[in-house]
Design a protein around this ligand. Structure first.
Ligand SMILES: Cc1cc2nc3c(=O)[nH]c(=O)nc-3n(C[C@H](O)[C@H](O)[C@H](O)COP(=O)(O)O)c2cc1C
Length: 444
């Protein structure tokens, strides 16, 4: 049954360790990261987040890589997520003395070292051994937020023990009783920030998964064996290692109890009915959940206003990385209207297509307080586990630092629409100073 808690919510967690005086990124660090001098052999050649995708393709079996990189139907939403960033040009200011810059942001009362975090990604533990813990630990060490997926294969209690500030993302089970039981488990694991993903009333049409031979659970077949044998490093370092050390992975966090195994010829995964959910379910969750509540998958200002009325603390503006409704609007395009609807009552965050420091800054300029990055961090775990994720974080952090400086800024809070120009709009027809001078001065 639903438990309606009336006790006041605890104050948001205060981070003791991170202050703006803490050196978050020095320019020499950025250069070291850029030159690869502080990175291990596996990531030394990787100079941008996109480089991790090519490297992961060589490591992961075809079905697993296909699952991570794929989106829904014709990949229109996936493509537009990038296109929306590309349509914006940056307008730098110069001679601003940017020597004392820092990129930290405060979310829900906690100070983070960078304005980006790791998005929740299901089944990450098939990309690398212990990937859920690796992602969470790398984020904790870099002092950025990470969200554990509700479709993950590692018990959330284990991840929370390894990285106690990790956020948890839930897909709602089908009945109020099961939702309530899951929330009780999440609270008992000392999760403070709950992210409820709401853009999955039904499963997206991921034809790409089928074409790549991916399903959940994976069905044993000669083709699957061949795909695994074709990637011996993954077969030994991830799959066999996992089976030997941890046994067959299961969906651990979809419900209060353990879910289906990841590999089975017979078991059906419980995709419990979600198409009947409405705002009354969120209202109940708000009554039960005493920590920070974030809703992920909002694309309409009207829904943002609804969330605000329901006492939600934060939003992640997201089209699920293009993996749900194909043709869904890119989050960046609706961000300004959603930020306006949210006002100061909710923290607005965004994900989808963020690949560069400039993308991070464009989203912040349009009203996001932070962004999340998905696929590249999954690839980074596949390439080099926790060290790979740390390397990817460092790369993006160095880009944010460098781009802040070149924009003439010393902090993320200084970003605004004045730093952006829509490439598709006609150039403003403002007379140049020279034109002014040559104009007739009047009759006199
Ligand atoms: C492999 C993979 C698994 C995902 N699993 C989840 C999930 O379990 N829960 C969720 O809310 N979003 C999930 N997402 C969506 C991400 O949280 C995020 O919205 C998206 O990846 C952001 O786009 P990007 O990959 O372009 O950065 C997943 C995305 C990927 C790529």
């Amino acid at each position: 049954m639903w438990a309606a808690h009336t006790a006041p919510r605890p104050p948001p967690l205060q981070a003791a360790a991170v202050t703006d005086a803490t050196p978050l990124l020095s320019t020499p660090d950025a250069w070291a990261a850029f030159q690869g001098t502080r990175r291990s052999g596996r990531t030394r050649q990787l100079l941008s987040l996109d480089d991790f995708e090519a490297a992961a393709r060589c490591v992961l079996p075809r079905p697993i890589f296909g699952y991570v990189c794929g989106a829904a139907e014709d990949n229109r939403a996936l493509a537009d997520n990038r296109q929306a960033f590309d349509e914006l040009a940056l307008v730098p200011r110069v001679l601003c003395n940017v020597a004392q810059r820092q990129q930290g942001v405060t979310l829900f009362g906690q100070r983070y070292a960078s304005p980006f975090g790791i998005a929740p990604m299901g089944i990450a533990a098939l990309s690398a051994y212990g990937a859920d813990v690796a992602l969470a630990r790398a984020a904790a060490q870099a002092r950025i937020p990470a969200v554990l997926s509700g479709s993950s294969l590692t018990p959330l209690e284990e991840v929370m023990q390894a990285a106690p500030d990790t956020w948890f993302q839930a897909y709602l089970p089908g009945t109020p009783e099961r939702i309530s039981a899951l929330l009780q488990r999440v609270a008992a694991a000392r999760v403070r920030t709950l992210v409820v993903t709401v853009d999955i009333p039904v499963a997206g049409n991921r034809e790409n998964n089928l074409r790549a031979g991916f399903s959940t659970p994976l069905r044993p077949s000669l083709r699957l064996v061949w795909d695994g044998l074709a990637r011996p490093r993954w077969l030994c370092g991830t799959m066999l290692r996992t089976l030997i050390k941890r046994g067959m992975p299961h969906f651990e966090n979809s419900f209060a109890e353990r879910g289906a195994p990841i590999l089975s010829s017979r078991v059906q995964r419980d995709f419990s009915e979600r198409d009947h959910f409405d705002w009354s379910h969120l209202a109940r969750i708000r009554r039960q959940w005493q920590g920070t509540l974030v809703v992920k998958g909002i694309l309409s200002p009207a829904d943002a206003a609804q969330a605000r009325r329901h006492g939600v603390d934060g939003l992640i503006v997201s089209n699920h990385g293009g993996r749900q409704l194909d043709g869904a609007v890119a989050p960046l395009r609706v961000l300004p209207a959603i930020a306006e609807a949210a006002g100061s009552a909710m923290t607005v965050m965004l994900d989808g297509g963020v690949r560069r420091g400039t993308d991070v800054l464009k989203a912040l300029a349009l009203g996001a307080q932070a962004v999340f990055v998905g696929r590249p961090f999954n690839y980074a775990a596949a390439v080099d586990g926790q060290a790979g994720v740390a390397a990817a974080i460092e790369l993006l952090r160095a880009e944010v630092d460098r781009n802040l400086a070149m924009l003439g800024l010393t902090g993320c809070d200084q970003l605004g629409p004045q730093h952006l120009l829509d490439r598709r709009l006609p150039w403003p027809l403002v007379p140049t100073p020279a034109a002014h001078r040559s104009q007739p001065q009047g009759d006199a």
